[in-house]
Design a protein around this ligand. Structure first.
Ligand SMILES: Nc1nc2c(c(=O)[nH]1)N[C@@H](CN(C=O)c1ccc(C(=O)N[C@@H](CCC(=O)O)C(=O)O)cc1)CN2
Ligand code: MG
Length: 287
């Protein structure tokens, strides 16, 4: 029997657990942990994600500070806002929604965020800590994937994990986390030869490339655990729908567990952001 890994249900659990911890934090420190969310422009998908992030922040009893900036915001205006949020004691976590409009530098903004408030875990200091196993703040999507894997794989140690995709926000950090869990890790990407046969040798397959239905039935090993990070909008029978990087229906009966799209990794990304905000606040209070 294949298990459908329910990211939405697990995300609800995580947010509830964080809410309980937030109550204790408030009693102990007389402070409400705060998350500042910055959105530049009006990209429709980003607007949905930001709205959901703010909703979840409030569900967890955290304070949210939303900053909606116009598309024509200058780099200087964005830098000034980040400086102000870095200095603000009521803000424990800062998140700048990506992608930014083309005229703004993502790396400059990421570098400007105080590493202690970097709840996305994208700052080079936090990336270095992740690679060397000293992490406090881990990028939200990889963290969500690891939580799901730990629930569904008895023993990660020694398993062959194949990561499709080498992005800074998913592929590279998840490969490092899998390595810390003693997996044998292979990263494959657009220049890799024989991708399909490498994927077929995976006990754990993570797809994070943004190509609808790339992973077919003959790409997976029987009994593998598949985590689908892709969220791709396609038009099928004249209707728009979201699909993952994995051909879910073709692969389903062959694998032991798989995440759906929607309702898999996406909701976990937001739940892990909420968890990271509490982690950042605790760390700032010496816990
Ligand atoms: N600063 C950041 N920017 C971006 C990140 C990030 O982690 N930090 N990740 C992605 C977008 N993202 C979060 O920001 C994100 C994407 C998707 C979902 C989600 O819940 N998806 C739903 C479907 C939603 C829909 O109906 O459109 C699902 O998969 O069920 C949450 C967060 C890039 N930018
Ligand atoms: Mg840019």
């Amino acid at each position: 029997m294949t298990v459908m890994i329910d990211g939405k249900a697990l995300a609800d659990e995580i947010v509830q657990d964080v809410a309980q911890e937030v109550s204790s934090f408030k009693l102990k420190h007389k402070v409400v942990p705060g998350l500042a969310v910055v959105l530049v422009g009006e990209d429709p998908a980003s607007s949905v994600y930001v709205r959901n992030k703010i909703l979840r922040t409030e569900q967890a009893g955290l304070q949210s500070f939303a900053h909606y900036l116009p598309e024509n915001t200058t780099q200087k205006q964005l830098d000034d806002l980040i400086d102000q949020l870095n200095e603000d004691d009521s803000v424990h976590g800062i998140l700048v929604q990506l992608p930014l409009p083309k005229h703004l530098s993502e790396s400059r903004v990421i570098d400007a965020i105080s590493p202690a408030k970097d709840v996305d875990g994208f700052h080079p200091e936090n990336v270095g800590k992740l690679v060397t196993g000293q992490q406090v703040l881990v990028p939200c999507t990889p963290l969500g994937c690891m939580i799901m894997l730990k629930r569904h794989v008895d023993e990660l140690s020694g398993k062959h994990a194949v990561v499709i995709g080498r992005s800074n926000i998913v592929g590279k950090p998840i490969a490092n986390l899998l390595l810390q869990s003693h997996c044998t890790v292979t990263i494959v990407h657009s220049r890799t030869h024989n991708i399909e046969s490498i994927c077929r040798s995976a006990d754990i397959l993570i797809a994070a490339v943004g190509q609808p239905h790339l992973v077919k039935e003959d790409w997976v090993k029987p009994g593998a655990v598949v985590i689908d990070v892709g969220i791709n909008q396609i038009t099928s029978d004249g209707k728009r729908k979201l699909v993952g990087d994995v051909d879910y229906h073709a692969v389903f009966s062959k694998v032991s567990a798989i995440t759906p799209v929607p309702g898999g990794v996406g909701p976990m990304t937001i739940a892990c952001l909420i968890q990271n905000t509490l982690t950042a606040a605790k760390h700032q209070f010496g816990a």
